[in-house]
Design a protein around this ligand. Structure first.
Ligand SMILES: *Cc1c(COP(=O)(O)O)cnc(C)c1O
Length: 410
């Protein structure tokens, strides 16, 4: 009989979102008239910018004409898109990133998992706690961890707790780790990183020969000019960091699918025999072999994000969600709750009141206010006692949810 990848058996059964759905469904069944507002899942709600839609309609027309029809494109993405990204997202901020170092893909979630293809199985890996679960689960699947304990921690992973006590900033580890996942602005805590914090990580990585996986999926939500948008704004980062970006959260491409990964040419890893190897060459080979590029139509849609009209529309979209976040922060504070994040980020991270667990607070909000959020403990052991509220929703839903919470908690 065919054997399977046993590492999959180590995965904690997809617990968080199914359990949320189970509790919400049970509540709705018992209370069919309740108007439940979901501020839980991290998906966008507003339609695609007009500039992107128009560009995609035109691209469909291109596909209908023998002269402009496109078959397989470059596996790395079309040069016209990579060049716009390099100029607009990186060079304009003083980052020395070339178009050839940008790889277009169908999602940052996929890239975060796929990148492990080109790294060894004996690396020490650090993640923050709480964390975006994809970083952990893809390492479990790849056999980079041992078993899970009762707290939900996998053996062999290094967890760096982030809580209100350390201002949601992980301490630089004292032990040596080889791969480090950082996400700023952060999902789930909504925290951002200062230039000094990122410099400390880059210095650590260079001193230890480590590589940082920097997830910048939410960089468009940064409005404070002092907060770096890219790890490459930090001196030395080109020698130690891979950056993941996505059109999902800035331009609403969660269902359209387009993202990018930056692999600098001076990034070096070590082969078993100790010889240095260019990471870029491995990723280029990996993509050319296992991936056939993002659809021409979708890449034209992503390109339109960089037009004058596209820029204005994306700014407006992001500002809309940020205003939601401000409303959530303000109202929850008025309700007497301790709130974090929600500035330069679309997530508000709430301390659960009076010692309630994350799931206690979930039940309380669901039953008293008919509002659904995400229990912080679902993102890691150190998320216990916290709760994530997402700003991705209509203004009406946000206002209504906050009115209900204020009436019950104040
Ligand atoms: C939403 C999100 C992404 C984007 O993923 P896509 O696959 O590009 O949609 C990446 N990282 C984090 C932490 C996210 O929350």
């Amino acid at each position: 009989m065919a054997t399977i990848n046993d590492n999959y058996l180590k995965l904690k059964a997809g617990y968080l979102f199914p359990e949320i759905a189970r509790r919400v469904n049970a509540f709705v069944e018992a209370n069919p008239d309740a108007k439940v507002i979901r501020l839980g899942i991290g998906d966008v709600t507003e339609p695609l910018p007009a500039a992107c839609r128009e560009a995609m309609v035109k691209a469909v027309e291109d596909m209908g004409d023998r002269d402009s029809f496109k078959g397989y494109g470059p596996e790395q993405g079309y040069a016209w898109l990579r060049e716009k990204i390099a100029a607009h997202d990186f060079q304009s901020r003083g980052c020395d990133i070339d178009a050839s170092e940008i790889f277009i893909s169908d999602g940052s979630k996929c890239d975060c998992g796929n990148i492990l293809d080109i790294f060894g199985n004996d690396n020490a890996i650090a993640v923050t706690d709480p964390v975006y679960p994809v970083y952990v689960d893809t390492n479990v699947m790849a056999g980079h961890t041992g078993d899970i304990n009762d707290k939900g921690e996998y053996d062999r992973l290094v967890y760096l707790p982030v809580t209100a006590e350390n201002n949601f900033t992980a301490e630089i580890p004292t032990q040596k780790v080889d791969l480090i996942y950082l996400c700023f602005p952060n999902n789930p805590t909504g925290a951002t990183a200062t230039r000094e914090h990122l410099q400390a990580w880059v210095d650590y990585a260079r001193a230890n020969g480590s590589i940082i996986f920097f997830d910048a999926a939410y960089e468009a939500f940064i409005t404070d000019p002092n907060i770096p948008h890219s790890i490459y704004e930090i001196e030395g980062a080109k020698e130690c960091a891979i950056e993941f970006r996505s059109f999902s959260k800035n331009a609403g491409f969660t269902g359209t699918r387009c993202a990018l990964t930056v692999v600098p040419k001076n990034l070096i890893g070590k082969a078993k025999d100790g010889s240095p190897v260019e990471i870029w060459k491995l990723w280029n080979r990996r993509q050319a072999t296992k991936f056939n590029g993002v659809s021409y139509i979708v890449q034209r849609g992503a390109e339109a994000v960089y037009s004058e009209q596209g820029q204005a529309q994306v700014k407006e979209l992001v500002a809309f969600y940020l205003e939601n976040a401000t409303i959530i922060r303000t109202k929850l504070s008025e309700a007497g709750l301790d709130v974090y994040g929600g500035v330069n980020a679309p997530y508000v991270w709430v301390k659960t009141p009076s010692g309630l667990t994350s799931w206690d607070f979930f039940d309380k909000l669901l039953h008293a206010c008919n509002v659904v959020g995400t229990p912080g403990s679902g993102f890691g052991a150190a998320g216990e006692g916290y709760f994530r509220i997402s700003a991705f929703n209509s203004r009406d839903n946000v206002n209504e949810a906050m009115t209900r919470i204020l009436s019950k908690f104040k």
